[in-house]
Design a protein around this ligand. Structure first.
Ligand SMILES: *[C@@H]1O[C@H](CO)[C@@H](O)[C@H](O)[C@H]1NC(C)=O
Ligand SMILES: *[C@@H]1O[C@H](CO)[C@@H](O)[C@H](O)[C@H]1NC(C)=O
Ligand SMILES: *[C@@H]1O[C@H](CO)[C@@H](O)[C@H](O)[C@H]1NC(C)=O
Ligand SMILES: *[C@@H]1O[C@H](CO)[C@@H](O)[C@H](O)[C@H]1NC(C)=O
Ligand SMILES: *[C@@H]1O[C@H](CO)[C@@H](O)[C@H](O)[C@H]1NC(C)=O
Ligand SMILES: *[C@@H]1O[C@H](CO)[C@@H](O)[C@H](O)[C@H]1NC(C)=O
Ligand SMILES: *[C@@H]1O[C@H](CO)[C@@H](O)[C@H](O)[C@H]1NC(C)=O
Length: 555
């Protein structure tokens, strides 16, 4: 934190001296954290269960950073199982070494520590972190991560009075280990037991989660950190002005409800312009036969009176949700840091060099439930895929391109192949990815290492003529996209970030049972301009443990 203070002092001095242009030369500030990760008993639904705590907290502490900060987090694993943290939406430019998923890092073993060091390069907005291995996310270990704009970069709205993180998600009272056993033995998880807002269900709760001063405007960052369900979010008596989605400033429409699908984050402004008393915020399950919800109290300072027990209802059906998606637009005139300024304004005029179609399905391998992409279900290898590539021993660990860009017309549910699934992408190619969902359930997909442009979501199946209806102008650059039942979604992006990147179902049992893959993006140059070297402090495992270090990337 001292780094930031001294930067501010330097800034003030430079402004006084009138030599502002030199600021960009200053070293980017560092922010430091130490995390003690332990088990602890939590009872968010009134049933005591084992939670994963960070410094004693559930959910974990917020990370409050500013564009280009170097974030240094020394993680002590005091669990009795391996651990990795991933940083949902943080792009880790040139640096999949810090992405914290099974294919990029050897786990932090029990009783050891590892220091994540990454830069939140050219990003702004709302993110979260989570433990990425197994079903650990079902026990906690997640928390908010925000990236503020730098002081001198104008933000397209007035500074809010305060900035609140709202982590919503469905919740199971089963332990993460018993969930794994269920899934490993071929069963499904079934329905969750409830919904939480910042670790609480709100039942019998008298204390507020948030307070507001009458007349002031607040920013709420709402992320769905749950395992299975899309959630609808709303605030009694108040509207929400949308200002940011997953790292992009949006056109500022006003909403009464927001559908927040698995893995997604939205920022809204809420003005305390109602009678000063308590109000409920509500998060409730969408597209389900069951109806689960959580509430949280927002209290007006010096307000009088309890919140009304009449909770606002959620909209019904998914057509409403699709229409809401179509109202989300990027604010093209708002300035903000963005990782790929050239590409990002003109994505609509770049020629597509490759179309990858992703079709999700459920099936069995050896009689046990698995979930697949294009007929293949992913399994993690003991040697992380990225390390295998770096050491040049990938042939011993996995094969590239075992799935086709155009999936088989029909995937038989008992004809699913099981292996590490790695798609090989050409560095800097501009690609189109189509997610086609033939199932009756809603899907949500996330890609690490990138933001992408979701140019369309439509019912039915995709065909090349559908491209004429794409939004090629102001789609919101983001990192997660939902796909409605029997529908498709199209996204576009440039593979300009070298590394090994996880494309995953955000439905956690689907991901655990194989509905994920990795995209390998290698720069032919083996240059530090394109990718960093494996950090010296990174633990080694699997077959690379005994190997001599490969020649490092050079300038
Ligand atoms: C971590 O937390 C545990 C449990 O509270 C405690 O026993 C241990 O000393 C802590 N470790 C550090 C490094 O703070
Ligand atoms: C987060 O960081 C910003 C910028 O440094 C600061 O203004 C703000 O007070 C911080 N918020 C919290 C909750 O620490
Ligand atoms: C483990 O923590 C110590 C400080 O307690 C630090 O010096 C060391 O670098 C850390 N190790 C790793 C691999 O991050
Ligand atoms: C977009 O951002 C600009 C620049 O900050 C702002 O003036 C404008 O009101 C925003 N437009 C919309 C539609 O939100
Ligand atoms: C894109 O493709 C069209 C048609 O094949 C071609 O005329 C055009 O030059 C290409 N544009 C770029 C930027 O490569
Ligand atoms: C099983 O899937 C593979 C690859 O997708 C395909 O080549 C093969 O024909 C399928 N077999 C059957 C019996 O459907
Ligand atoms: C993967 O792509 C890179 C870059 O296009 C290429 O050099 C390499 O041969 C490809 N590898 C495989 C196994 O397809």
């Amino acid at each position: 934190m001292g780094g930031r203070k001294s930067l501010l002092a330097t800034l003030a001095w430079l402004m006084a001296a009138g030599t502002l242009m030199m600021v960009v030369r200053a070293e980017d500030p560092y922010i430091f954290f130490t995390w003690n990760v332990t088990y602890g008993t939590i009872s968010p639904l009134g049933v005591p269960q084992q939670g994963i705590l960070i410094n004693g907290q559930f959910p974990g502490p917020n990370i409050n950073s500013t564009t280009n900060n170097n974030v240094v987090i020394n993680v002590f694993n005091n669990l009795d199982e391996p651990l990795l943290f991933s940083w949902n939406g943080v792009q880790q430019r040139k640096n999949s070494w810090q992405d914290g998923v099974a294919a990029t890092n050897c786990p932090i073993m029990p009783g050891t520590n590892y220091t994540y060091h990454f830069q939140v390069k050219d990003q702004i907005g709302s993110y979260y972190y989570f433990p990425s291995l197994g079903m650990q996310k079902a026990a906690g270990g997640f928390g908010g991560l925000r990236i503020n704009s730098r002081l001198l970069i104008p933000v397209p709205f007035a500074d809010p009075e305060d900035d609140y993180t709202v982590l919503i998600g469905d919740w199971y009272t089963k332990s993460q280990t018993s969930m794994k056993k269920l899934l490993d033995s071929g069963h499904s998880l079934g329905r969750p037991a409830g919904v939480l807002i910042n670790g609480k269900s709100g039942k019998d709760e008298k204390e507020p989660l948030f307070t507001m001063k009458a007349g002031k405007t607040y920013r709420y960052r709402i992320c769905n950190v749950g395992l299975k369900n899309s959630l609808n979010f709303r605030i009694q008596g108040h509207t929400m002005k949308l200002v940011e989605i997953e790292g992009s400033h949006t056109v500022q429409n006003t909403y009464q409800w927001l559908d927040v699908h698995l893995g997604q984050c939205y920022s809204v402004l809420v003005t305390a312009n109602q009678e000063p008393k308590d109000y409920y915020m509500v998060a409730s399950t969408r597209f389900t036969k069951y109806d689960l919800s959580a509430t949280g109290i927002i209290r007006y300072e010096n307000g009088k009176g309890q919140a009304s027990q009449a909770l606002p209802e959620a909209p019904v059906g998914w057509a409403w949700s699709l229409n809401q998606f179509r109202t989300f637009r990027w604010n093209l005139t708002a300035s903000a840091a963005r990782p790929n300024p050239q590409g990002s304004y003109h994505y609509g005029s770049i020629n597509i060099t490759r179309t990858i179609k992703i079709v999700n399905s459920a099936g069995t391998v050896g009689g046990k439930l698995r979930y697949a992409i294009n007929g293949a279900t992913h399994v993690d290898s003991t040697t992380p895929l990225k390390l295998a590539e770096y050491y040049g021993v990938q042939d011993k660990v996995f094969k590239y391109n075992t799935i086709a860009d155009e999936p088989p017309a029909q995937v038989k549910s008992d004809n699913i192949t099981e292996q590490p699934v790695v798609v090989n992408a050409t560095f800097r190619n501009f690609v189109e990815i189509i997610f086609e969902n033939h199932e009756r359930s809603i899907q949500s997909w996330h890609l690490d290492g990138y933001s992408f442009f979701p140019v369309a979501i439509e019912p039915g199946t995709w065909s090349p003529e559908k491209r004429k209806n794409y939004n090629l102008l102001d789609a919101v650059s983001r990192y997660t996209i939902q796909v409605y039942p029997k529908s498709w979604a199209a996204i576009m992006l440039t593979f300009d970030n070298a590394g090994m990147w996880n494309l995953r179902s955000e439905t956690w049992e689907r991901r655990y049972l194989g509905q994920q893959l990795y995209i390998s993006v290698q720069s032919p140059a083996r240059s530090l301009r394109d990718e960093y070297n494996l950090p010296d402090s990174a633990p080694l495992c699997g077959i690379v443990k005994e190997l001599p270090n490969p020649p490092p990337y050079t300038v």
